[in-house]
Design a protein around this ligand. Sequence first.
Ligand code: SF4
Length: 718
Amino acid sequence: GDKRLEELTVEDTTCGYCAVGCRFDLYSDGEEILAARPTAEEDAPVNGISTCVKGKFGYNFVNSDDRLTSPLVRDENGEFREATWDEAYSRVVEGFDRIRDDHGAESLSLIASSKATNEENYLMGKFARQVLGTNSVDNCNRLCHSSTVAGLAQSYGYGAASVSTEDLEIADCILLTGSNTTEAHPVLATRIKQNVRDGADLLVFDPREVQIAEYATQYSRIKPGYDAVWINGLIRHIINNDLYDKEFVENRVTGYEPEEAPDHEAADDREERVDKRETGFEAVKESVQEFTPEVVEEVTGVPHEEVVSAAETIAAADACVFGWTLGLTEHSHGTENVLAMANLAAITGNLGKPGAGVSPFRGQNNVQGGGGDMGPLPDNFPGYQDIADDELRAKFEDAWDCEISPEYGYYTTQMFLAADRGDIRGMYIIGENAALSEPGVNHAEQVLSDLDFLVVQDLFVNETAQYADVVLPACSFVEKTGTFTNTDRTVQMVKQVMEPKGDSRPDWEILQDLANRMGREWDYESSAEIMEEVNSVTPIYGGMTHERIEAEGGLQWPCWDEDHPGTKRLYEEQFNTDNGKANLQAVGYSEPAETPDSEYPLSLTTGRVLYQYHTGTMTHRSDGMMQYTPSDFVEVHPETAGEFDIESGEMVTIESRRGEIVVPAQVTDRVGPDTVFVPIHFAESAVNRLTDEEHLDPAAATPEYKVSAVRISPADGT
Ligand code: SF4
């Protein structure tokens, strides 16, 4: 009744699952989250009144019995025991100090959390540089869209979506690739489907016939790992048939400045080629000529008619959005795939106008803000300010009162390789389940157990925490206040609805306590105060105070000062490059680091399902979600199943050069005969035992999650 309602706390907040950035009202009685209800539509720019099952029902984790409610340290037998904050902090300080004294500050590293707020991630970057003294700070963005960030930054200047979410609803054409939109970004899929019902064209290129493909004007099955090839095929058709946007190319794209002949060497000279890459429209035109209809069909499996119809649909559209997720990026040449996509958007003039642009759908709720904008990155300060730039470094040395090395630190994936060599000895991992999410999990487990000192800060004793020396209990987004930045650069408020469970604390308070114990004087009283510091050192967030975000219901960056309205679409007038033009770059042939052979004849690709989220730390604690998807599985094409004696529902052993897992089979033609698919959500069948930790994208250090050579057999067949 009404009385009960009056006793509840209600706050309008932003979803803590994915980067769509849905807003809704959360109701709590102080013990648990009781309901999520739509907020006023005008307060929810992204979702209106819709949410998906995770945002609506996914809160059991907050109150789950196994929530960490006090710090844990190891006892004399090496077992965890509960400890006071005081004791836990002392152990952390001792551990970090010892490594720093014995091996230098550079042997420490910090993995920040894209689940945490912007304010907290800003402090994680500051903590690494000012308190620990290392530039080896990074986050899960390395594992997903860092090749998007690198590629788009090189081409246009900002490593982010150029569009607003509403553009998905007003585009005439949407090209989607490597995105299981319905399951991974449900509310975006709803908006896309609505637009398709209203007559927009939808082109889907994907190795799996994902659910959104049912709505597509055209679905093309691609072989995983060759995206730049089919994209270049589209570009070739568009240029050679004079279908490109000449005015846009003439005015807004870098010209051809020949230096030396283009280099068409084999794929293993990739690193060298990156330095030599030719720029400008003419260079792109020349480089795409090798992607003839025969080459595209042979390499990617896409027939010429489909290349032609997709190219002509894009060229005929007044406004086209190019959307993608990790199928495009998680490759040893992910940045090249993104550069090719950036070329396609630019030559068709689809940037900086309503209904057009590039739209990488970001994954974690705050990976755009916390994982990128706030600069817990080995090469960038907040706002993508390069640490190697003397002036910018001096600005931060001054603001943070410390010395900062101009040498880039290690990316996450590199930290694990560096640890093998003894170059990284201590890690502080915050809200990231690296023991499951890193490529080559067998290797990651070895590294975590060999570290001299590991601190894990999380809601749970997850798989990573099992290797920790000290575990610090953090709290979730319903127990603290701050901001998240969603996939279209909108910064939105996150509000505390409940007191922190047990003795858990918000990440920013833990960082502050530790900084003060390590000789610094931090005295932030609220996350609003941290944001004020962000405003003062981060030009693209210059005008984003909590007060304004609250009053205006969200602000999109860049937002340079208090009077700036924020930026709905990037590049309306010019690109964020030296000369204001899009910097097209010729992208040649590349292939996966590991291709199928007689020993490992199939390509394994990985992804997500609707009812689960990443390594399951949150969703596995919900009975409802678990009923729908209780385990991982492998999708096998009927022909392939016949060939390898696989039956639907039976257990299958999948082996790669790095490990093996056993999962039940789903025989389906959703995948092609040369591909098998396994989701990423369960520890028992950690698919990353099969993936490869060594072959990383040369520009972004992203691993090749999306292609591993594997073989399959019935699990009882040995
Ligand atoms: Fe949350 Fe994403 Fe679902 Fe929206 S679509 S409710 S942001 S998980």
